[in-house]
Design a protein around this ligand. Structure first.
Ligand code: UD1
Ligand code: CA
Length: 475
């Protein structure tokens, strides 16, 4: 039987070079904290236990780690002071049951490009050569500040030397340590207990694990990564922006290859989890984020912010749409300048026009609200027309109340519906009406005061107010 795999994600560091008070792994990439991507990759391998070592803003980091590993238990281990990667791994290992005797995978929370398939291949590689300790190495043209992999004349890995502790000859080595390790729990426990901070940084180096294992004549393997780019860490906001651009470009390429027109890829900000159907068009300056799903033949004119939105086939989003946590059925026409807030559900063939705000609003098929409305906490039937300026008065200062409107209604312009209230099917509401009580099916509802007309009144008024009114009357 294959041994169990547990995992430790090191994420306690602040990331000094980010020059930020925010923990590095909380900085956002593609609209999510950086650690999200590592957690998702790991979660798909189902390591048990799954431990995150936290320090700076530990609660927030732990919460973010949990949010992006759905369905998995994530234990948080606190590292009280950042005394090095070896110390961090030791803290993580303490969260394992003492009886755990499987393999432990260690990696960093700031390795956002890592792919699950690569991790799986690494684990398989470790097992196939029966290594006791494995780590992922990579060959770089410019090995910079990475730890160097030291091999003896027979090519056997003997140590990892940090750049700051390396001799010029060692610095010339192009094979580097990416910072991903796999070792049997017992080996790791005893090796970590042996670390000393006797180095240029006065830190406990996890990398010393390799030399310790070699001295004990355990089999150590450097598994060379096929694609070094996957292990690129983020150390500065400049690198963060560069990676963001790279991820974005890759998403855009994938979508364009799948038949989506992106008018200006430089201003299309589309999250990696987003799906868009063929023959859809994304105009300039559009953000589509979260778990959004856009159907086929959808036209997004431009300047839109869409997060966690489902958009059916054939919809047309005119310029200036903001929509969050909504379902928009097929063949709807939205905007220009519409704000669809959480819980908006359009069944299909709807129109939500300019300066219309919806929230927890369910509109049946074919229902339209074309101009200047607030529709909140409301359920509206099919083929109803909501006139210009209609408002659901949903809030009494304490609670929100429901407005129900039936099918095939004509709700006149400037109507206010004071909730809780219900309007039946086939109702006509005269413009300017304030609806306070239930209106039955098929009725006409009017709340006008009778119109008064006084002929000649204006001239009389002006005469009585004399010259001042005449002088001011021009502006
Ligand atoms: C480390 C490796 C180096 C490797 C490089 C790859 C060591 C000693 N060196 O160097 O060989 O080439 O990664 O990127 O391991 N962390 C903690 N607690 C700590 C210190 C670090 O949780 O006390 C976490 C950080 O949050 C970070 C990760 O460990 O996510 C790596 O730490 P970092 O200081 O960036 O290591 P490097 O100096 O880059
Ligand atoms: Ca680093």
């Amino acid at each position: 039987m294959e041994s169990a795999v547990g995992a430790i994600v090191l994420a306690a560091g602040l990331g000094t070079r980010m020059r930020s008070a925010r923990a590095k792994v909380l900085h956002e990439l593609g609209g999510e904290p950086m650690i999200a991507r590592v957690m998702r990759s790991l979660a798909s391998l189902a390591p048990t236990p799954l431990v995150v070592v936290v320090g700076h803003q530990g609660d927030e980091v732990a919460a973010a780690a949990r949010r992006f590993a759905p369905g998995r238990d994530v234990a948080a281990a606190r590292q009280p002071a950042q005394r090095g990667t070896g110390d961090a791994a030791r803290c993580g290992l303490e969260a394992f049951a003492p009886a755990f005797d499987g393999d432990v995978l260690i990696l960093y929370g700031d390795m956002p490009m890592i792919r699950p398939a690569t991790l799986a291949a690494f684990i398989a590689g470790h097992r196939s050569v029966r290594a006791e300790v494995s780590f992922i190495s990579a060959i770089l043209d410019d090995p910079g500040a990475y730890g160097r992999v030291i091999r003896d004349s027979a090519g056997v890995v003997t140590a990892i030397v940090e750049a700051r502790d390396a001799s010029p000859a060692e610095l010339a080595i192009g094979e580097i340590n990416t910072g991903v390790y796999l070792a049997r729990a017992a080996v790791l426990r005893s090796a970590l207990a042996q670390l000393s901070p006797d180095n240029a940084q006065d830190e406990y180096y996890l990398t010393d694990l390799v030399a310790i294992a070699h001295r004990r004549r355990l089999a150590v393997q450097a598994w060379c990564a096929p694609d070094a780019a996957e292990f690129a860490g983020i150390n500065s906001l400049k690198e963060l922006a560069a990676m963001e651009a790279e991820i974005r470009a890759a998403v855009n390429r994938r979508l364009m290859e799948a038949g989506v027109t992106i008018v200006d890829p430089a201003t299309a900000y589309i999250g990696e989890q987003v799906e868009i159907g063929r023959d859809s068009m994304v105009g300039p300056n559009v953000q589509i984020l979260g778990r959004s799903k856009v159907g086929e033949g959808v036209r997004i004119e431009g300047t839109a912010y869409l997060r966690d939105v489902e958009i059916g086939d054939g919809c047309h989003l005119k310029i200036g749409v903001r929509a969050e946590e909504c379902r928009i059925g097929p063949h709807c026409e939205i905007g220009p300048f519409a704000n669809l807030r959480t819980g908006t559900e359009l069944e299909g063939h709807n129109r939500v026009g300019n300066f219309v705000e919806t929230k927890k609003a369910r509109l049946g098929r074919g229902t339209k609200a074309s101009h200047l409305s607030y529709l909140g906490d409301t359920v509206i039937g099919r083929e109803t027309n909501i006139g210009c300026g209609v408002i659901t008065v949903n809030y009494d200062g304490y609670d929100k109340h429901l407005t129900q409107i039936g099918s095939r209604c004509m709700i006149g312009c400037d109507t206010q519906l004071v909730a809780p209230v219900k309007v039946g099917d086939d109702v006509y509401v005269a413009s300017g009406t304030t609806i306070l009580r239930e209106v039955p099916d098929g009725a006409l509802c009017v709340s006008h005061h009778p119109q008064k007309v006084k002929p000649g009144w204006t001239a009389d008024w002006r005469r009585r107010h004399g010259s001042r009114a005449e002088a001011d009357g021009s502006d």
